[in-house]
Write a protein that binds this ligand. Structure first.
Ligand SMILES: [Zn+2]
Length: 185
């Protein structure tokens, strides 16, 4: 179910400061071309926060207008609306983008430690690095370290990054995606 029918309002400080505080609900930000973001909470406070630049993604594609809905059930309603409109800034980044931006945050050196080139292929699949058990014995199935892999295009050096150490939780991601698909039907 979309937002209730209403004229769209300009996403400007003047307009938003005139709102009554403490109206709880959901809101959607958009431009002429796309839905940018759907959020929830104290509508006035949240919109002012976005105007002040609290969301990097919204800053990158500034909305021109917004609409809203006052509701006590804003937690569930937000999920419904996100599933329906899939705004750009509510979409979860894919596995590759999450790993690459995390490595950049951690300032991992781009140059290959073997050959000094900086041209890598990102391995699209998660790599399970097998390990031995605590006594040094091989067991089946072997315990594994889920890792991201980068291959140096020049010398073939492979870099592994343990996903747990990067804070990338694949289980959460899969569940989230499944849920969205189920709700779409
Ligand atoms: Zn190399």
């Amino acid at each position: 179910m979309p937002f209730p029918n209403q004229p769209s309002r300009p996403f400007t400080r003047d307009d938003i400061e005139r709102l009554h505080p403490e109206q709880l609900g959901c809101y959607g930000l958009f431009t002429k071309y796309q839905w940018v973001y759907i959020g929830k909470g104290d509508i006035r406070q949240r919109l002012l926060g976005h105007l002040n630049g609290d969301n990097e993604c919204i800053n990158q594609m500034p909305p021109t207008h917004w609409i809203g809905e006052v509701t006590a059930y804003y937690e569930d309603r937000e999920k419904q609306l996100i599933t329906e409109f899939l705004p750009r800034c509510n979409r979860k980044k894919g596995y590759k983008d999450r790993v690459i931006s995390r490595l950049a945050e951690l300032q991992v050196k781009p140059k290959c430690e073997i050959c000094d080139h900086d041209n890598w292929t990102f391995v699209a699949q998660v790599i399970a690095v097998p390990v031995l058990d605590n006594d040094g014995l091989f067991v089946l199935p072997p315990p594994q370290i889920p890792s991201a892999g980068l291959v140096c295009n020049n010398c073939g050096n492979i870099r592994f990054f343990a996903l747990a150490a990067l804070g990338i939780d694949l289980e959460g991601e899969t569940k989230q995606e499944e849920k969205v698909v189920v709700q779409k039907k």
